[in-house]
Design a protein around this ligand. Structure first.
Ligand code: PPS
Length: 314
């Protein structure tokens, strides 16, 4: 809960960020996520056989969603009718991005309510705004994390792909807001550490983007075992092949550039949702001073948690 004696984070944002966001209990929310969705999502009825994919934005959500979908489809039979984004309702997203009416469209959680079991759903809401029944019903949760430097760079680039994100043009301004948790979905540290503290709960699988990069095959096996969906060697090979960066980029049923989402408009000039897919791109953005300051903060926040990340891969 926000401290009402302090100015909200939102009130300290630059005007261009305020234009597309609002304050909700001390958190910065994008306007496309209607205020009314949040209590509805908190009261959303969870089923014990649900699967939730939970992430901080730009951690590898789409990548892991594709892998999970392939596992649920037994690897070999990919449903080619629907775009990947339609296969797992993104709970807090609106059902339409059309600007034609002033009315707020219903949220995707309404679609999720009608889905047959077992449902796969995704969300990037901070833990305190998630369906309360998650605690009691204990659905399977796949949580994906990514080292915060690459996470920030990916987020910064994504902002200009969608009119629904603050239009940060200057990296240092974005990094400042990322560092203090003043971007949509809040603080990377709070998000990742809140799930890390639950890592031993049997219904949670805590993944790191860098581990998928290091050994995709091992990660596919790990996810399939967690979902209790054993796969043949052939199916594993097939999933690994279909979920490589290049395969996903080439597949219009998987590449978000070809979805109906709100960043579709920005596909000019060689930009893509599947941007680089690398570990270590942060080195092209952080200055030495920014890196030193971030390392200090990182050390303080992560101290004693036991959670570590790879910032480069050999
Ligand atoms: S979102 O908008 O929050 O759902 O974005 P999200 O899907 O979490 O993250 C997008 C980043 O994941 C990268 N990506 C991949 N990397 C490696 N391999 C595969 N197959 C893959 N699929 C997606 C994507 O390129 C974004 O990272 P950056 O660093 O921007 O390239």
């Amino acid at each position: 809960m926000a401290d009402s004696t302090k100015p909200s984070l939102w009130s300290t944002l630059p005007d261009y960020a305020k234009e597309v966001t609002y304050d909700y209990e001390g958190h910065v929310f994008q306007k496309m996520i209607s205020r009314s969705y949040i209590p509805d999502i908190m009261n959303f009825q969870v089923r014990p056989d649900d699967i939730f994919l939970i992430t901080f934005p730009k951690s590898g959500t789409t990548w892991v969603q594709h892998i999970v979908c392939l596992i649920l489809e037994d690897g070999t039979t990919s449903n080619l009718q629907d775009h990947l984004f339609l296969k797992a309702p993104f709970l807090e997203m609106p059902q339409s991005f059309s600007k034609e009416t002033a009315e707020q469209p219903p949220g995707m959680y309404e679609v999720a309510k009608e889905k047959p079991s077992p449902r796969l759903m995704k969300t990037q809401l901070p833990m305190e705004f998630l369906p309360r029944e998650i605690e009691e019903k204990k659905p399977k949760i796949v949580y994906v994390s990514r080292n915060p430097k690459d996470n920030a760079v990916s987020f910064f680039n994504f902002c200009s792909l969608t009119v629904n994100c603050p239009q940060y043009k200057v990296w240092s301004e974005f990094l400042h807001d990322f560092t203090r948790g003043a971007i949509p979905r809040g603080s990377w540290f709070d998000n990742v550490l809140s799930w890390w503290s639950k890592r031993d709960e049997p219904n949670l699988l805590f993944l790191k983007y860098e581990d998928l990069k290091k050994d995709l095959r091992a990660s596919v096996i790990q996810i399939s075992e967690f979902l209790e969906r054993p796969l043949s060697e052939e199916a594993i090979d097939d999933i690994v092949m279909k979920s490589s960066f290049n395969a996903m980029k080439k597949n219009p049923k998987v590449n978000p550039d070809h979805s109906e989402a709100s960043f579709k408009h920005a596909l000019q000039g060689n930009r893509s949702f599947l941007r680089k897919g690398q570990v270590g791109d942060w080195k092209n953005y952080f200055t030495v001073a920014q890196n030193d300051a971030f390392d200090d903060l990182y050390e303080r926040k992560m101290k004693g948690t036991g959670l570590t990340f790879d910032f480069t891969l050999d």
